[in-house]
Design a protein around this ligand. Structure first.
Ligand SMILES: [Zn+2]
Length: 340
């Protein structure tokens, strides 16, 4: 019997891996713009493979690819009729791969773009969207739910209510696109305190910010709540001038988000360092979001002291013909001309 998310969090950091939409877009299976995970029905093997890569890299949770697989988004791409099939299949694929290791399966919902804090009628619309998605996910079999990239505390609370009614543990994370508060005016730490008080087992932040601009916000959240804290940044080099991936600009002033972010990508070493910093700050669920690759996840796992299936192929630069310590004098001269 596999340990629950709550037990695993108690035992030490849980390693998360997300960014399925970005990665599958890069691989040619998802259209940038709408970013709807049609791949789940059209190329299930591609989804299975990416889950497996994250599993081998050490991810403790397989997150079902239902991000943006909600009614509003599917209507945009003319596939509303595939809504149920897409949601059910995403969970089935995540479950199949989770069983290849010892991973948990998370159902997944996100901001709907339908929520308007000034229009009470939208609450019912959003609630209906979450209830149908998570109802199908629960029937297929999930261990907990991740509600993520929430811009509004109000919308996050609707998701939490639906998750709680299903009797499942909830991880609810906010999208820190603003300097220090949600779009409905709650400081991130205060919003997390409210979510924890309403019963979320894990609260925190995901997406939008890179490690160095997300971690300072985590310090406040850690102080504000007793429950587990999640931190899942994007692997991009955001800084004080451009604290989110949406604000990053190329040297000639072009917006890099969402499909020209490559030059800002973090190395695996930066993510390894982030994992250690996150653990030191007291984060319990340490992960990565849009832009993630399996090499980042493995480096994070190993930084946290784990050996994972993909560690079999972790770098051994001592065996590189040019970097090995016993490189012959002739090769040393070759290397010198190679690298200066
Ligand atoms: Zn993301």
């Amino acid at each position: 019997m596999s340990l629950s998310i709550v037990d695993r969090l108690r035992a030490g950091p849980v390693l998360g891996a997300e960014g399925y939409v970005f990665e599958l877009e890069r691989r040619g299976y998802i259209k940038a713009g709408p970013f709807v995970p049609e791949v789940v029905l059209d190329f299930p093997e591609a989804v299975r493979e990416l889950h497996r890569e994250f599993l081998r890299a050490g991810a403790d949770v397989m997150v079902a690819l239902t991000y943006y697989a909600h009614r509003e988004k599917l209507r945009d791409v003319g596939r509303e009729g595939d809504l149920e099939a897409m949601n059910r299949q995403a969970v089935r694929i995540a479950r199949e791969v989770a069983r290849e290791g010892d991973a948990l399966v998370a159902g997944n919902v996100c901001n709907t773009w339908a929520y308007d804090p000034d229009d009470p009628a939208t609450k019912q619309t959003v609630r209906g969207m979450y209830a149908e998605q998570l109802g199908w996910a629960a029937e297929e079999g999930i261990d907990f739910v991740i509600s993520e990239t929430n811009d509004y505390l109000g919308e996050a609370l609707i998701a939490l209510e639906v998750i709680t009614e299903l009797g499942l543990p909830a991880m609810v994370t906010l999208a820190p696109t603003q300097p220090d508060q949600t779009r409905d005016g709650y400081r991130y730490a205060d919003a997390c305190r409210i979510l924890a008080a309403e019963g979320a087992q894990v609260v925190g932040l995901n997406c939008d910010r890179g490690p160095q601009t997300m971690l300072p916000l985590i310090t406040d959240i850690r102080e504000a709540v007793e429950c587990a804290v999640a931190v899942q940044p994007v692997p991009y080099r955001t800084d004080a001038a451009a604290p989110t991936m949406e604000t990053l600009r190329s040297p000639d002033g072009e917006r890099a988000f969402p499909i020209a972010l490559d030059p800002f990508g973090c190395t695996r070493f930066e993510l390894a360092h982030f994992a250690l910093q996150a653990r030191e700050l007291g984060a319990d669920y340490v992960g990565i979001c849009c832009g993630a690759g399996p090499h980042h996840v493995r480096a994070m796992a190993e930084a946290l002291g784990r050996e994972v299936p993909a560690s079999k192929y972790s770098p051994s630069m001592d065996l590189h013909p040019m970097f090995r310590a016993d490189v012959a004098a002739r090769d040393a001269a070759f290397l010198h001309s190679w690298t200066v």
